[in-house]
Design a protein around this ligand. Sequence first.
Ligand code: SF4
Ligand code: SF4
Length: 525
Amino acid sequence: MESKTGKVKNLSRRSFLKFFGGASLAGVSLNLAGCGQPITAEKAVGGNGWMPTQYNEPGSWPTNVRGRVPIDPANPSIIRDDQKCILCGQCIEVCEKIQSVFGNYELPIKSEIVCVNCGQCIQWCPSGAISERDDINKVLKAIADPNITVVVQTAPATRIGLGEEFGMPIGTNVQGKQVAALRKLGFDVIFDTNFTADLTIMEEGTELVKRVKGELHHPTPQFTSCCPGWVKFVEYFYPDLIPNLSTAKSPQQMEGTLMKTYYAEKQNVDPKKIFSVAIMPCTAKKFECQRPEMTSARKELNDSNVTPDVDVVLTTKELARMIKRAGIDFTSLPDDEYDQLMGTGTGAGAIFGTTGGVMEAAARSAYYLITGQQPPASLWELTPVRGMEGVKEAAVNIPGFGSVKVAVISGLANARKVMDQIRAGNAPWVFIEVMACPGGCQYGGGQPRASSPPSDEVRNRRAASLYKIDTNAKLRNSHDNPQIKQVYADFLTAPMSEKAEELLHTHYISRAEALVAKKSERNLY
Ligand code: SF4
Ligand code: SF4
């Protein structure tokens, strides 16, 4: 387990049982006990207890027991195969030290097992005991139904990770092969989440300008809101700072909403018969699509038979498994193109996939939104926000507006430090990008595991591939995307119009009552 000083210490069996036994005595409705109960292997999958069944026998323990994070069997993002768990404590190491979740609330557990669904424990688990919840069968069922139109979107970072599952070098851009594979698998329409990354910039950038000008009753600094693990972290630990979160939905949720409204209207497809799938580098996206707020199309169309904006999220690794099971020779596939209407993204949309990318994209378009002028070339390479440092800062000079201070954070323990600074009133920044996973989405919980634990060498190679897509792009500013101009002209009217607010913005909830925060430990990291 993790000690208060951040060091992992070995536990005797006696102290381990004492520690977790305290939690199980809390009488929470979830089955946390596990110890001593005969649990079948099938039941144990999903992490049914504190103790894997195979270690119930005296003398059966591994030599270096360090404990493990609790995982709710109903967690929508991650599961644990108890039979593979060696109690090594790596999941505690990352969850507490890198993500500052486990260990940052008082035990016994109050009402739920606190988890932000980031999936970094998958990347750190040496035995492969933790993995993403597998939702492949739901998608196969929809594809097999001739009455359903299955529309899929692919996130910026999946194209530079998927190839690794097929033996290709780290960071290889397989965008065209990914589209070709999705078509072979039977998806009817294939869109690019880079399109709604650009749309997010238009909405979030407009919101930022309004906040700074005092036209919204929302404070600065404005936080990005496209990372669902980060959003949930704020909801658990910093509910007083929820008003700082941008109300703009994530690109995934914007694309799902538009599939069932804009696309359905344009193509005359019944929204009730659209099944929306998102291929993501992220396990928290599985949680995000199930949030009750994420049913904007249903509300807009006033039809309870319309399913959630995004029906299923598959990770990059799940997509790789689908491709392998279908016997598709991925590396030999000729490149294919996204379908249009929502299939074009700019270089700015592409770099959403790495830490600092959202900030760079936002800086380019904020400059345009404020001055009406195209951004200078210096904003096409905002080097202070590039790289794998956990906290980065930059100042962006905008004529007539002055110097705008911004910060970029990845890894939630880093975010905790900055959030404490904001609470203390010491925040010089106007806009802050936060990604829960160190390095951003390119090494999210759903990406291929190139090294364990994840290394900056791999992160940098994947990031370089995304920056190359941006550098080579014909269009590098979100506001220049012709399909973004079209969606506003034909459907949404303008950024933050009434319709855009209804379809593309959301609200958040406090989850603080689910835990007792460990106030005394906030400044340990
Ligand atoms: S990292 Fe994996 S093997 Fe190690 S304790 Fe956690 S779940 Fe078990
Ligand atoms: S998904 Fe993230 S928050 Fe949840 S247990 Fe794993 S590391 Fe911790």
